[in-house]
Design a protein around this ligand. Structure first.
Ligand SMILES: Cc1cc2nc3c(=O)[nH]c(=O)nc-3n(C[C@H](O)[C@H](O)[C@H](O)COP(=O)(O)OP(=O)(O)OC[C@H]3O[C@@H](n4cnc5c(N)ncnc54)[C@H](O)[C@@H]3O)c2cc1C
Ligand code: FES
Length: 270
């Protein structure tokens, strides 16, 4: 079931430069939401900005949900100014979410930048619902942008940090770090981040014989499958099935169906 509800803002604070965590109260959403799903947020009470903004669920608690977001433009800048005690209209839960499958021997989460936002909830679900503890690669441009390390460690995850400038962890990109920890058949890799990072991470995982899921990004208008504003090209043979909707068919896809060449950087936001 989907809701459009006014949620009380319980917390909204900066966790790193231009990156915020918002906690909203909604027993309805929290009761329905699954890890990997997302919601659409009305960032203003007026007509502008007109479109709701998509955000995935960072963590799902009994009566509340946390969101982790980066200020990109006007909508997220307005979100950053919202104060506890106010309300925000939220549509959701939307999308398919991550499948939870305990039969894989190894689970490796690969997060690029604010792409980490969808993963604390996944790690928690894998630990609590499947009894498996994922390894986590946190890749970011610089050490101030490495998010959620403590949350993953608190869940017992082995965390590998990679920064572009070497200011924390190893000086490496996400895909190189994945190659270093040797995924193989029996491993499931979960990736979210910039499109190029997901493409290279997918290539490493696939080459190693691992299963790989990616949580994709696209500009969205309706969030509900109707406007086709969020389509990306898949490798499906049938013309009618070629364009998949990130909002409804995703945002989580098996990497093998995505036509990476067609979409290389067109939808990059992180
Ligand atoms: C399913 C989904 C889940 C998401 N989850 C998160 C999350 O948990 N945390 C987070 O920080 N961000 C997330 N995003 C991205 C977030 O929705 C955008 O950053 C946000 O909508 C930007 O709004 P804005 O008004 O601040 O920026 P705008 O002024 O609208 O745009 C600023 C810049 O970002 C680009 N942009 C805007 N929206 C998107 C988009 N959806 N995809 C690609 N480029 C975009 C614009 O082209 C422009 O260059 C998610 C996106 C999707 C599709
Ligand atoms: S955002 Fe409208 S179809 Fe996906």
């Amino acid at each position: 079931m989907r809701y459009l509800v006014d949620c009380e803002i319980l917390e909204n604070y900066e966790v790193a430069p231009e990156q915020f965590r918002m906690v909203i109260r909604s027993p309805e959403l929290a009761g329905e939401a699954k890890t990997g799903q997302f919601c659409m947020l009305a960032v203003s009470e007026g007509l502008y900005p007109f479109l709701r903004r998509p955000m995935c669920f960072e963590r799902i608690h009994e009566d509340r949900i946390s969101l982790l977001y980066k200020v990109e433009g006007e909508g997220t800048a307005l979100m950053a100014k919202m104060r506890p005690g106010g309300t925000i209209a939220v549509q959701g839960p939307l999308g398919n979410g991550f499948p939870l499958d305990a039969s894989f021997e190894r689970h490796i989460i690969v997060a690029g930048g604010i792409g980490v936002a969808t993963f604390p909830g996944l790690a928690e679900a894998l630990v609590k619902e499947c009894g498996v503890t994922p390894e986590v690669i946190l890749a970011a441009r610089t050490k101030h942008l490495v998010l959620c390390e403590d949350e993953f460690r608190a869940l017992g995850c082995n965390v590998h940090i990679a920064t572009d400038d070497g200011s924390a962890g190893e000086k490496a990109y996400a895909a190189d770090m994945l190659a270093r920890i040797s995924p193989g058949p029996g491993t499931r890799v979960y990736a979210c981040g910039p499109m190029i990072m997901m493409e290279t991470t997918s290539a490493v995982a696939t080459q190693a014989g691992a299963d790989c899921l990616v949580s994709l990004e696209a500009q969205m208008a309706c969030g509900d499958g109707a406007c086709l504003g969020c389509v990306v090209e898949s490798k499906r043979a049938l013309e009618g099935e070629k364009m998949v909707r990130v909002c409804l068919d995703g945002p989580v896809f098996d990497t093998s169906i995505i036509d990476w060449e067609a979409h290389n950087t067109a939808y990059d936001v992180f």
